[in-house]
Ligand binder design. Structure first.
Ligand code: ADP
Ligand code: ADP
Ligand code: ZN
Length: 215
């Protein structure tokens, strides 16, 4: 099963994608996580991507597309995957489609996690991310058992540089102009499904599993 997560930054795509990956036993592929791992390891890709990410802009397609295509060509993606944060532009979606067509494959579902802008800024300022394993928490809604420490691996939790309110505003603008058109793109293909992302994460996940089916 091949799934795409759509939604504004902070809508809960990553949170839901991780639950989908576990339930359906497919890899969770996040371009944001790939970039952050490269930044942490100080690679050339990481240094280039950081310039854009810190400003809340998109990393150029030339840097993003090949990374994603390499990742989904790996063996563990043969039975499917859940893409989180890709595609983010129409050209990215078109290239992905072209590659899938060559393989005789298609996207099964594009899940749009719908959350209004006014909820987003609040969510982002409360988001805390694990520096080591990428787990995500929220200081009010989904707190770690011990403040500032990851439940899964015990590492420190941080506020991402790009989650500061001024950067979030820019990311929302970028989302509305460059990414939101993908909703219509996947709707035309008949694979779009909307879920109300403002509810509790378990309720959102219940909606998603009723769309994807029991597995
Ligand atoms: P969020 O989970 O808040 O939506 P991500 O972790 O997906 O954020 O992405 C963080 C940043 O990484 C984005 O603001 C952007 O700069 C960059 N990025 C991630 N995926 C892509 C992509 N597909 N195309 C361009 N830039 C991307
Ligand atoms: P995205 O990947 O779309 O940027 P995340 O999954 O990282 O979003 O979620 C953004 C923030 O909101 C995180 O702090 C996360 O813990 C929190 N969050 C996710 N889903 C919900 C929910 N249903 N209700 C409240 N907070 C949530
Ligand atoms: Zn961790």
């Amino acid at each position: 099963m091949k799934i795409i997560m759509l939604g504004a930054p902070g809508a809960g795509k990553g949170t839901q994608a991780k639950m989908i990956a576990e339930r359906y036993n497919i890899p969770h592929v996040s371009t944001g996580d790939i970039f952050r791992a490269n930044i942490k390891n100080n690679t050339e890709l990481g240094r280039k991507a950081k310039e854009y990410m810190d400003k809340g802009e998109l990393v150029p397609d030339e840097l993003t597309v090949s990374i994603l295509l390499d990742r989904v060509a790996q063996d563990d993606c043969k039975t499917g995957y859940v893409l989180d944060g890709f595609p983010r532009t129409i050209p990215q979606a078109e290239i992905l489609d072209q590659e899938l067509t060559k393989l005789g494959e298609t996207i099964d579902f594009a899940i749009n996690v719908d959350v209004p802008d006014e909820n987003i800024i609040r969510r982002m300022s409360g988001r805390r991310a694990c520096v080591s394993c990428g787990a995500t928490y929220h200081i009010e809604h989904i707190p770690p058992k011990k403040e500032g420490i990851c439940d899964t691996c015990g590492s420190e939790l941080i506020l991402r540089d790009d989650d500061k309110p001024e950067t979030v505003k820019n990311r929302l603008n970028v989302y509305h102009t460059q990414t939101q058109p993908l909703i219509e793109y996947y709707s035309k293909k008949g694979v779009l499904r909307d879920v109300d992302g403002t509810r509790d994460m378990k309720d959102v996940f219940d909606d998603i599993t009723s769309i994807l089916g029991q597995a």
